[in-house]
Design a protein around this ligand. Structure first.
Ligand code: ADP
Ligand code: TRP
Length: 319
């Protein structure tokens, strides 16, 4: 089975990215054919500083590699390095109605948060469809916020196939409901654009500041507490086994548990969890040439597949 997903290098990766998408991708490389890329063309819709985008793209790749993505077991590249994706975007834009794009929440959400409504933001889902269909992906692991984009992709692929015969694989989204939405320190969805993130690679002092500022209710130490509406519990559980999470739930329900103490435990848990990867990140940061080389080889591998799909697509549409 071919599994593909991408991530925008629009800022430092956080726990939402890790549990929503990255961890699963890294696991999949062991049993499946994995395609994973840095969606820098998508990030252009919101990041206008070229130098910053280039820097963040490299940092995104470095973060993935440090966390265990193995470029020998997967195809790992930067989106813009496989130019076929832009040609396919144009071709696919003729197989989707404006109405469908207008209904996309992500576009409406970004506009309402003050991003300029440029055409790139509007056609974002077509580029995403091109990413997925170009590589004939079977399955696409994403967070819940991307579900609608996957529906658009399927719709485009079905319309194209109806017209031209079986050209594209129809992809299935894969959304892990348990971690569908990782909360940020303010309780909203953790997101780079909400300023509520806990980054994966952050120094301990900053991590402490963030963890200590996670919003909780104002129950006193002795009162029993409800784990299900507690952001600290939700974040902590991501790191725990089922049994340990259940034990923590009991401590909440019994009372006598202070938020300050659980936050300290959470701080240590996050710190220790990412400890094995920190040294690797540091080493890769100092050796960006090797990272660039890995990405070049990855782009070549990806291109070989893309060219095959485009041969067929171009023949069908007559260009
Ligand atoms: P952000 O909202 O921080 O810009 P992206 O949109 O770049 O994050 O998301 C990259 C990947 O991480 C996607 O698959 C997305 O669904 C997932 N993801 C992002 N934030 C969360 C979250 N809070 N909970 C679960 N998954 C998330
Ligand atoms: N839009 C996705 C996000 O913000 C990133 C992305 C771009 C993607 N192309 C993709 C995800 C293709 C899966 C498949 O998270």
């Amino acid at each position: 089975m071919r599994i593909l997903s991408g991530i925008q290098p629009s800022g430092a990766f956080h726990l939402g990215n890790y549990f929503g998408m990255m961890r699963k991708m890294i696991e999949y490389q062991e049993q499946h054919e994995l395609f994973c890329f840095m969606a820098n063309l998508h990030a252009m819709t919101t990041v206008k500083d070229g130098e910053l985008l280039a820097k963040q793209t490299l940092d995104a790749a470095t973060t993935f590699l440090a966390l265990g993505l193995n470029p020998e077991k997967s195809t790992f590249w930067v989106q813009s390095e496989v130019k076929e994706v832009t040609l396919l975007t144009w071709i696919l834009s003729n197989y989707i109605s404006i109405g469908l794009l207008e209904r996309c929440h992500s576009y409406k959400d970004k506009i309402s948060r003050g991003f300029s409504p440029n055409a790139g933001l509007f056609t974002y889902p077509i580029l995403m469809a091109a990413d997925i269909l170009l590589f004939q992906s079977d399955r696409v692991p994403v967070g819940k916020d991307q579900k609608q984009h996957l529906e658009v992709t399927r719709e485009i692929a079905i319309r194209f196939n109806n017209q031209h015969g079986q050209v594209f694989t129809i992809p299935e989204p894969e959304i892990n409901e348990e971690v569908a939405v990782v909360p940020g320190i303010d309780g909203q969805k953790m997101s780079k654009s909400y300023n509520n993130t806990i980054e994966i690679f952050i120094d301990k002092k900053q991590l402490k500041k963030k963890v200590m500022s996670i919003v909780t209710d104002s129950k006193t130490l002795d009162e029993p507490k409800n784990p299900d509406n507690c952001n600290v519990f939700k974040l902590y559980s991501l790191f725990l086994s089922k049994d340990d999470s259940e034990a923590l739930r009991q401590r909440y329900l019994q009372g006598g548990l202070g938020y300050g103490d659980v936050k300290k435990e959470l701080l240590e848990t996050i710190w220790n969890y990412f400890e094995p990867y920190r040294e690797k990140k540091r080493a890769l940061d100092e050796d960006s040439e090797s990272v660039k080389k890995i990405l070049e080889i990855g782009a070549e591998k990806a291109r070989a597949v893309a060219v095959q799909t485009m041969k067929e697509v171009c023949r069908k549409v007559g260009v």
